[in-house]
Write a protein that binds this ligand. Structure first.
Ligand SMILES: [Mg+2]
Length: 160
């Protein structure tokens, strides 16, 4: 079960601070969207705005990598002025790897951030980059299939 263990276990995306980024030499963050940065299908709150502003100030590129539709990703990304890709087929590495190559993101300075073991953490591991797991935001609004996955995740985490 250790296979699914992320490199970093955080409470919330805002635990990734300026200092944290410097300490871990992070220049690019590929991030899941729903329940990682915002409640399912919502635009994100003021904490997120502040966090994105901090990343920009630090020259850290944030790239959304979601399995949700490109339309959802576009609606989310536009107001924040960030780059994002939908239909990423996580946990497959192919789409994320393709975008990393296009953006010239280096393996050593890129992390994958997400709230799910079987899509996000696994994807990061398949790509071969460090992974950071956060607690899901707005769990009460999640679709039923995700609620089911959470139960399995809980079982795996209890065996780390
Ligand atoms: Mg998610």
């Amino acid at each position: 079960m250790k296979f699914f263990k992320p490199d970093f276990e955080l409470q919330h995306f805002s635990d990734i601070t300026k200092e944290w980024l410097q300490q871990h030499h992070v220049q690019t963050i590929f991030s899941d969207l729903d329940s990682t940065l915002a409640t399912h299908d919502q635009p994100g709150d003021d904490d997120l705005k502040d966090w994105i502003a901090m990343l920009k100030q630090q020259n850290v590129q944030l790239v959304i990598a979601s399995n949700n539709s490109q339309a959802r990703v576009d609606r989310f990304c536009k107001p924040h002025g960030i780059l994002g890709f939908g239909k990423c087929k996580k946990p497959s590495a192919s789409e994320v790897r393709k975008h990393m190559t296009e953006l010239e993101a280096k393996d050593e300075t890129t992390i994958f951030l997400g709230d799910q073991l079987f899509t996000d953490v696994w994807c990061g591991k398949n790509v071969g980059i460090r992974t950071a797991l956060v607690n899901p935001i707005g769990q009460e609004h999640e679709p039923i299939q995700i609620v089911f996955k959470r139960k399995i995740e809980k079982w795996i985490k209890s065996r780390w």
